[in-house]
Design a protein around this ligand. Sequence first.
Ligand code: CUO
Length: 622
Amino acid sequence: MASQDHQKRILHFFKHLAYVTHVALPEDERDPRLKKLGRLHRGTLFSCFHAEHLEEAKELYEALYKAKDFNDFYHLAEEAREVVNEGLYVFAMTVAILHRSDCDGIIVPPIQEIFPDRFIPAESLNRALKADINRTSQEPVVVEIQETGNIFDPEYHLAYFREDIGANAHHWHWHIVYPGTWDPEVMHITKDRKGELFYYMHQQMCARYDCDRLSTGLRRLIPFHNFHEELEGYNPHLTSLVSGQNYASRPAGLSMKDIHECDVQDMIRWRERILDAIHIGFLYDDHGNEIPLDAEHGTDLLADLMESSYESKNREYYGSLHNWGHVIISQCHDPDGRFKENPGVMSDTSTSLRDPIFYRYHRFVDNIFQELKASLPPYKQSELDFTGIDVVNVTVNAKAPNLVHTFFAEDQLELRHGINTHGSVKVKYHHLDHEPFTYNISVENKTGAEKDSTVRIFLGPKYDELGNHLRIDEARRFYIELDKFHAKLSPGKNVVTRKSSESNVVANKTPNFDELEGGASSDQFCSCGWPNYMLLPRGNHKGMEFELFVMLTDWGEDHVGSLSDHHVCHDAFSYCGVKDQKYPDKKPMGFPFDRVIKARSIAQFKTHNMSFTDVTIQFKEH
Ligand code: CUO
């Protein structure tokens, strides 16, 4: 466990990064481990999807990871800060800190405080800086965040979701915990089911987005699928302090264009090869061997091909469909770079959720996974059942039973650690939130013995955008996981209760810079996890009906490791896994909604260890 002193010493590495103006150390004066670094120039936007940027970041985080002790790590980190690109530095440092054993317990300050310019619209930052200059006291200056659009663009109704600070920070962290360039041989840690988690976490973000689209009266998202299609417009209203330029906006009607590093035709070819692999049931590795895309490992292998990750079995042949898609979309306003424009927000994991194309593009990726899932047989009754266990009744208790309210809550983001101000300057913003609630699950255990169960809780919409009842096979794509946990069942009647705040998909609150400087205790968490305040979809003013799905399965068959295992970063394991451990649930991620459901109705699908309960979510604005 790292000491408080170590925590404090590393904090300043993350301060005011946009202002580090030192001339990069000449190569011959550098630590030999940094000699080849600095290829991505400072002031350039680092992309978490661009192969060359990622390669350099990998070299740095591996060097930092391998540093022989904390002092050596510290010295290397200090020098690297002067040498490499700002965004690349934070990425690599965070990966290294998260994985070095002598950094256990060290918390990297929130990305939104390191680079507030990636999260706060430029107009609001501008107002904040003016207020700072004109300040008359040392009292904190607080400015209200400004809107980035209006109702002429229907997508504006979802701005609260796409621009949410916590959701974007979650996405950034997820990609830090699971870097596409992760090499288990160098890092000596195998990231269990990393590919499958890539599929599942992004599938869930899209499903969540769709639930909120239906909540706001919009139709479900239309997946991207045609590489020549004209894309919607988008203006992120962000200006990068590192580069001094705006993140590019995209006028409506542009489409993907070839860039220096990748042709659109390559993307089309890779998609065809990936679909071929799914349809013939195996992929070819780079030695020409056939590797089956089976029920157990298929999703994982496919995700490695698609992302593509370092563990792709054949990068040469299947390419890197997903990553280059991000890059090409982010450059479609200036594909050959003749105007030296910045890329758009799709180039970075901490900003890409802001753009509506993000969800459409990831639904396209998800549809390819669905193609594989469709090749697997639907779950049989016997695979769904838990003999002798009946879910008798489920109630969600908030202020009223089976009715939960959502609203907008207020929060503030401190700018002064990322931006050089004269004192505390905060931006006040709003985010979706919900009343706390509790699940009460009545279960009858008829086996006559004590049973360990896994409780799986999902939520999905009942009606589509036109008010028609959703068929269960259609609805399954919208189902969002709310929680998954272990429960012991005594013989006979049981009531399992669980609070919404205990959810295993959300992260606990991360200490901010000030709290860390003040010595906030190093709790065991790693900042990955969907924001707890966005656990539920927004719902609507009238009260929107959802199905709450609860299923108990046999923990004896599901579990990996034991209950008493000591886990670091266990908080949000459903979407983020458990740090350096096996994923603690053997079932396919998203089970039982990951495969085609042939049953025509809920009644036909349901086994007695499941329940579907009507729950209303009502949005109250304040
Ligand atoms: Cu996370 Cu595309 O991988 O956004």
